[in-house]
Structure formats: structure tokens, C-alpha cells
Design a protein around this ligand. Structure first.
Ligand code: SF4
Length: 277
């Protein structure tokens, strides 16, 4: 017992302050691709470099990158000769609307990128959910066919570093005890019925959070004889969290977005960082 107390005193506090302070991804973190303003649009990497079909456009359509399909592999950044595409470091990418994850690249008369519409950082408050659930949230994790990468990131939410219970969020063993589902993976056709029944077992009002590229869009698996595609093919999704897999902070942001607590997080951050006079 004494050894355990001494060890914990030696280690100190390891728990991240996120979301009260900004997320600090490690140096080698690979985030979502970003198009540099001023980049020559016709020199941007061709859609064929992308293994998931996330890049759209070409001679007839505007250039776009679907962050809900992207696995942040970086092939488009390697294939951009003038560094027109680079991997960013933003983790707060979750959105309540699937189409908000579509990065549309506008260009000027010289064919240079002027703006890439980024996904909004926050969405509308889930009013009914907030009213009924207050500040606590019980989630049931549902693997609908994932490779387990997103599942490991969900597991990390419960470790001493991310400790999502400090925010009133916990994972429960039964959908009947849950306020919502966190779904990982594409919906495999063999599991489609089980996914639907699990959703129906959650009492209303219920949330569905799609975690990771596969849950957002089908990802690498796409749609096939074995995969129905993203979770939205089977269930109404409240929040999409892109990434392959998303970092724990990205998942925390998605959960707060689902229950409308992003503004509260910003207020906490403002209180923790008074303006310099
Ligand atoms: S980083 Fe995303 S958009 Fe770029 S090639 Fe990889 S999957 Fe495609």
C-alpha cells in the first residue's frame, strides 16, 4: 500500500486537462489534409492517389477532400509537388453534419486555391438530450465491424491520462442502460440487424456517435457484398468523428459536441487563460 502511495506521489498528476486546455497532439501526429491557400489547384494530387476515394474533382468538378472518408495516410501530401497539401494538426474535427466534413477547394481566376471550407468546430446543441441527461452521459460501445483501432482509442478514454469519467461520461455494459451508442467500424452486412436492434434497445432520447472513418463513411471497406458502408446507412447519426483512428481528444470533442457542451469547454479554457494585458 505504502509503495503504491509513494509511486503515485512520484508520478504526479498525469491526467490531461483537455477540454479545459487545448489538445496537444505529439510531434509526429498526422492530422487531416489541408490545402494551402495559393496552391495551384491543377497541380494538386489526382484523386487516384487516394486509397479511400476521399479526393474528388478533376477537369469537370471542383477539387474536394472528404474528411469523413480520409484515413490521414498522407499520400496526397507526399504527391503535392509545391506542398499544396499538408497534413494538419487539428483534432477537433467532429461535426453534426456529414456534409460538413467535405473540404471544398475554391480557386481564383489564375487557378490558385483561395479557400477550403473547413468543417465547423461546433454544431447546434442537442437540446432534448441536454435537458434530459444534464451533465452525465452513459454510452454503450458498439463494434459494427471495425479493425479495432478505434476501439483501442475508446479504451484509452478510460485510462488515467484521458479519464473521461471526470467529465461525467461513462461506458456501460448494456444498451438498455445507455443514453447513446458509440459505433466503430463500417456496418458489416452480417451485423446490420444486430446494430439496428442494439439501437432500438437504447431508451429515447438516444444519441448515435460514429467514431472513425469507417463509421463515418465506410472508410477503406467502403460498400461491398460484405459492408453496408458507414453507420448512417443503418442508423440516424448525431455526430461524425473523422480519423483513422481519431485521437482520444478528438473523441472527447465529438462526445461534447453531441451533448452541446463545447461552449462550456470554451468558457473553461477562457477562464484558465486570462487575456494578457
Ligand atoms: S490523407 Fe486522406 S485524402 Fe490524402 S491520400 Fe490519404 S486518405 Fe486520401
Amino acid at each position: 500500500m505504502l509503495t503504491a502511495i509513494l509511486n503515485s506521489l512520484r508520478t504526479g498528476v498525469v491526467t490531461s486537462a483537455y477540454p479545459a486546455t487545448p489538445a496537444k497532439p505529439p510531434e509526429r501526429f498526422r492530422g487531416a489534409p489541408e490545402v494551402r491557400p495559393g496552391a495551384q489547384v491543377d497541380l494538386l494530387p489526382s484523386p487516384s492517389v487516394c486509397p479511400t476515394g476521399a479526393i474528388g474533382g478533376g477537369s469537370t468538378a471542383a477539387y474536394s477532400i472528404d474528411l469523413g472518408r480520409c484515413v490521414f495516410c498522407g499520400r496526397c501530401a507526399e504527391g503535392a509537388p509545391d506542398r499544396g497539401v499538408e497534413l494538419g494538426r487539428q483534432v477537433e474535427l467532429a461535426s453534426r453534419r456529414r456534409e460538413s466534413l467535405m473540404l471544398q477547394v475554391a480557386s481564383d481566376a489564375d487557378g490558385r486555391a483561395t479557400a477550403a471550407t473547413a468543417p465547423p468546430a461546433a454544431g447546434q446543441v442537442a437540446g432534448q438530450i441536454r435537458r434530459v441527461l444534464g451533465r452525465s452521459l452513459a454510452l454503450r460501445h458498439l463494434d459494427s465491424g471495425s479493425c479495432n483501432a478505434c476501439d483501442w482509442e475508446l479504451t484509452a478514454l478510460l485510462n488515467p491520462v484521458y479519464d473521461v469519467r471526470r467529465l461525467g461520461v461513462d461506458f456501460v455494459a448494456s444498451p438498455r442502460h445507455a443514453d447513446g451508442l458509440m459505433v466503430t467500424g463500417p456496418v458489416t452486412r452480417n451485423l446490420a440487424t444486430a446494430v439496428r436492434r442494439t439501437y432500438e434497445a437504447v431508451p429515447e432520447p438516444r444519441l448515435v456517435i460514429a467514431v472513425g472513418a469507417c463509421a463515418c463513411s465506410g472508410g477503406i471497406a467502403g460498400q461491398s457484398y460484405a459492408s453496408a458502408g458507414g453507420v448512417a446507412e443503418a442508423l440516424p447519426v448525431d455526430v461524425f468523428i473523422p480519423g483513422c483512428p481519431p485521437r482520444p481528444e478528438a473523441i472527447i470533442f465529438g462526445i461534447l459536441l453531441a451533448v452541446g457542451r463545447v461552449d462550456e469547454r470554451r468558457a473553461l479554457f477562457a477562464a484558465a487563460s486570462p487575456p494578457v494585458l
